[in-house]
Write a protein that binds this ligand. Structure first.
Ligand SMILES: N[C@@H](CCC(=O)N[C@@H](CS)C(=O)NCC(=O)O)C(=O)O
Length: 224
């Protein structure tokens, strides 16, 4: 046992958990998962045992605690992946870090109005100006990253990187809310959906039955 434990929320809704989990999976290390279902009495009762912020994800490794999704991705890169979760090229790494940081601190309309909900099927939310601006910005960033790295592979920066993990829940949202995308972006989404780890996450999410009302956005009927 290598003493790595990831405390995460339920897969259907916990977008921050997905980011950290995906990076750990790409490190090919075994880790224990402790799943605390969001918005439940169990979460409230147990979260303080594990998390200094009361939030997930949290990584425990040996005597270290690493809270916050992006910090976990970076820790995984340093400790378990020998740096390969970022490209070697300095300019590519800088672009990836800007994208990851922007995702981590921004895109509030996308995060609030289109919560990750892997089980949602053809769910419609009104595409207001703020939401459209976030979607356009995501497409701009993906288009820039892909056009600069297309010869190196099918992920944003060629090989899989932390940038892909940070945007994976956005890819999932675009599917669940039926967002129409430019071809290059749609192709990138298909790359993410075809990933075996992403598929493993989603297939387990589909088996969950916890409901977080606040994250059940939109309706089954198209909206104007
Ligand atoms: N900035 C944090 C955000 C973590 C976060 O908001 N996690 C949510 C679940 S996805 C959470 O723990 N919510 C529970 C709560 O706030 O009670 C990160 O990147 O890890």
């Amino acid at each position: 046992m290598n003493n790595i434990r990831l405390v995460l929320g339920n897969r259907n809704y916990s977008s921050w958990s997905l980011r950290a989990w995906l990076c750990l999976r790409k490190c090919d290390v075994e880790f224990e998962e402790i799943l605390l279902p969001l918005d439940t009495a169990e979460f409230k009762a147990r979260i303080n045992e594990y998390s200094p912020t009361g939030r997930v994800p949290v990584l425990w490794h040996e005597d270290r605690v690493v809270w916050d999704s992006l910090a976990i991705c970076e820790y995984a890169n340093d400790v378990f992946a020998d740096g390969r979760l970022w490209p070697r090229n300095t300019a590519s790494r800088a672009l990836g870090r800007c994208m990851a940081a922007e995702m981590h601190s921004g895109f509030l309309a996308l995060r609030n109005k289109m919560p990750m909900n892997c089980r949602a099927n053809a769910r419609h939310v009104p595409l207001d100006e703020e939401l459209k601006a976030d979607i356009d910005r995501v497409c701009f960033l993906w288009g820039m990253a892909r056009s600069e790295h297309s010869k190196k592979g099918d992920w944003l920066l060629g090989e899989f990187s932390i940038a892909d993990a940070m945007f994976a829940p956005v890819v999932q949202r675009f599917k669940n809310y039926g967002v129409k995308l430019p071809e290059l972006c749609q192709q990138y989404c298909e790359q993410v959906h075809a990933d075996k780890d992403m598929q493993a996450w989603v297939s387990q999410a589909l088996l969950e039955s916890w409901i977080v009302e606040a994250d059940e956005a939109g309706s089954d009927q198209p909206v104007a």
